[in-house]
Write a protein of this length. Structure first.
Lengths: 254, 426
């Protein structure tokens, strides 16, 4: 067995894949550098991220699996699931061994199926973020939202919000991974900052004058659009799992 | 803006609009060009769900609940003693924009009680949509209600600004309508629907010739029928739906279980149960017609006019057509795989893909996401399927029922527990 460690980035992972083929490492196991302490008895090979190598892997995979297949692999990678690297390597290995087929459709292969299920979960989380993010208008005119997604989907949702909100500044901040994306009316950039305490705590003085009024109007609307005779809590919670309630203005207590 | 006043209106006019079940925001295709606000998501987004489990995608309100009609099934009927209110055009526009900017909604669903006359009302609705599109460069979703009897000119204008237009039949038969809403007739509803349908075709034709043809209601038309207010059977309802899908090219027919809002003796009394299971079965039948290749007369016929409440309509069809089974998964056509109970559209396509790589067994099907507990009675796979032996059993339905549990088995458990308790009733 060969243990290879990389820097947790997608490019790092793809570089690792490249080198496995390049140096014909046997029985590779891929781990994140930060998780090294769990493996103190084996000496890992440290992979240095190399964009030319990762780009070549992407190009090769795109030729064989089309954009859709590559997208599936990237989504699964963003699940951050323990062991996802080995799973992805298995799929890539399977693809390389079957050059003539698009193996991403082979749902009877266990690794392919697992990857496609991870991709589905990540896609679902992405969609939920697009639905459940609630912006709050700050005094300085920025629409601000805090999120805490199960998977690292923040970069995936940028195109959606960039298309949608072109005439307002906005900032979406991932509390767990401590980075955000900020749109300044022209471009979106990734910002790695520690959030101001007032923003973290939703201190009322940070909001623009009308903000709380609109939140209350929305809260009221949500309450009145419900048909009480049809109450179905099970279905409600199935659609809006409780872990997302903290995002939602309509679930806030004023 | 006076928030307290708007809040009061919002309470009244959201309450009055909630019985319109459509909340779809899909099918819009407006793109945000020129740094405007909003971009339609082709698949639609549910931004929240009400406590009754319905999607909240649009700000769904009435412009006003003043109404000249007296439809017995409607909460805003003229004779009902309720608080009345009316939004101004500016208020609706302001609410829509501010909710949209905060990612609460995909857009606006604006309906209205009918005040003065049809055209006067329709003109106001159009004015809201026009202001949003032209003054605020808004590309979000707009669903406008077509007012029965509105003129062609207004309907044409409405189609230019709205993504979807809808006209609710409410009562599926003319006789039922005569009974409950004597001032209304189906002809007034069908005329604008027919006009919109023809416009849709015309704009599509022009689009082929001229690239810059403006959009006309890109998300199409829909309608709604109330279930359980009058005596129509499911066969009649499905026939009506089928007729409108075929002849008016509708995107959707919605079925709304009647929620009692009146003590009128012509209607179920206040407190009567909402027919949720029946409503659900009608939606399933609707899906069979639109996505599974079933014809209306395969689902129900004159001698068999009600949908089985115990099993879904596809299962019901399978039980009546047992000679069509078992379906051999490895080589059956897509059409036939779609007819197997427990196999959905996506799973059917996955089966077609996966079987090219190897012979599929029940384990594979389970992993693909098929409801194997229902499907296994009707399919033949590469390994042994012991459940197939029941296929010709006379009590197949009972066997399947004892094996599967419906999520609707006790939908009212949380509300009627007190009344179900005999000691309490005595």
């Amino acid at each position: 067995m060969t243990i290879l460690s990389y820097d947790s980035t997608l490019e790092g992972f793809l570089t690792t894949v490249f080198e496995i083929f390049e140096f014909k490492y046997q029985e590779p196991q891929i781990i994140k550098k930060d998780d090294l302490q769990h493996n103190m008895f084996a000496t890992p090979i440290e992979i240095v991220t190399d964009i030319t190598k990762s780009d070549r892997v992407i190009k090769k995979l795109t030729d064989q699996l089309q954009n859709d297949g590559v997208r599936t692999l990237i989504y699964a990678f963003l699940s951050e699931k323990v062991g996802v690297e080995d799973l992805l390597y298995k799929v890539i290995h399977y693809a390389v061994a079957n050059k003539s087929k698009n193996i991403m459709k082979d749902f009877s292969n266990d690794a392919v199926l697992q990857v496609s299920q991870l991709t589905k979960s990540v896609g679902r989380e992405k969609h939920r973020m697009e639905a459940f993010i609630r912006f709050e208008l700050l005094k300085d005119g920025i629409y601000f939202a805090k999120i805490d997604p199960d998977f690292d989907v923040l970069t995936l949702i940028v195109p959606h919000f960039k298309n949608r909100y072109q005439d307002q500044k906005w900032l979406i901040y991932d509390l767990r991974r401590k980075y955000g994306v900020y749109y300044d009316l022209n471009d979106v950039e990734i910002v790695e900052i520690d959030l101001d305490k007032k923003l973290l705590k939703s201190d009322s003085e940070i909001y623009s004058d009308s903000e709380i009024n609109y939140q209350k109007l929305w809260w009221e609307y949500f309450d009145h659009t419900n048909i009480k005779e049809r109450k179905n809590t099970k279905l409600h919670v199935q659609h809006v799992p409780k872990r997302y309630w903290k995002y939602l203005t309509e679930k806030k207590i004023f | 803006m006076n928030y307290d006043k708007v809040k009061e209106k919002l309470e009244i006019l959201a309450d009055a609009a909630k019985y319109d079940v459509s909340c779809s925001s899909s099918g819009g295709n407006r793109k945000n060009t020129a740094k405007g606000l909003g971009d339609s998501s082709a698949t639609g987004i549910c931004h929240s769900y009400t406590e009754d489990g319905r999607c909240v995608s649009l700000l769904k309100i009435l412009l006003t609940n003043f109404c000249i009609y007296d439809c017995a099934y409607c909460v805003t009927r003229k004779s009902n003693d309720i608080q009345r209110a009316a939004f101004t055009v500016e208020e609706v526009v302001d609410l829509t924009i501010n909710f949209y900017r905060r990612n609460y909604i995909e857009g606006l669903f604006l309906s209205s009680g009918i005040f003065k006359n049809a055209d006067y009302t329709m003109e106001r609705l159009v004015r809201v949509a026009k202001k949003l599109r032209l003054e605020h460069n808004f590309n979000g979703y707009i669903h406008l209600k077509s007012i029965p009897g509105a003129s062609d000119d207004l309907m044409r204008e409405a189609g230019l600004y709205a993504d979807r237009l809808s006209m609710n039949l409410e009562i599926p038969t003319e006789s039922g309508l005569k009974l409950l809403a004597p001032d209304k007739n189906h002809q007034d509803m069908i005329k604008p629907m027919g006009f919109v349908k023809n416009q849709l075709i015309q704009y599509q034709e022009e689009k082929k010739k001229f690239k810059n043809t403006p959009k006309f209601a890109p998300a199409g038309q829909s309608t709604q029928v109330i279930v359980g207010a009058t005596q129509e059977n499911d066969f009649q309802i499905i026939q009506v739906a089928d007729h409108f899908y075929k002849n008016f090219d509708l995107k959707r027919v919605y079925y709304s279980g009647y929620v009692p809002v009146s003590n009128d003796i012509r209607l179920p009394a206040i407190g009567a149960q909402v027919p949720l299971v029946r409503e659900n079965r009608l939606y399933q039948a609707d899906w069979l017609m639109r996505f599974y290749g079933f014809k209306a007369n395969e689902i129900l016929d004159k001698n068999n006019p009600f949908l089985d409440l115990e099993v879904d309509p596809k299962m019901s069809w399978a039980l009546r057509n047992i000679t069509q089974f078992p379906v051999i998964i490895q080589n059956a056509s897509l059409e036939m795989i779609l007819r197997v109970p427990g196999i959905g559209v996506k799973s059917a396509h996955k089966i077609i893909q996966a079987r090219r790589f190897q012979n599929l067994n029940l384990e594979h099907l389970k992993k693909i996401g098929i409801a194997v507990n229902r499907a296994r009675y009707f399919i033949s796979v590469s390994n042994e399927n012991s459940h197939l032996k029941f296929l010709n059993a006379l009590n197949l339905k009972e066997i399947i029922l004892s094996d599967t549990k419906s999520k609707f088995e006790n939908p009212f458990s949380n509300q009627l527990s007190l009344l179900n308790d005999n000691s309490f009733l005595r």
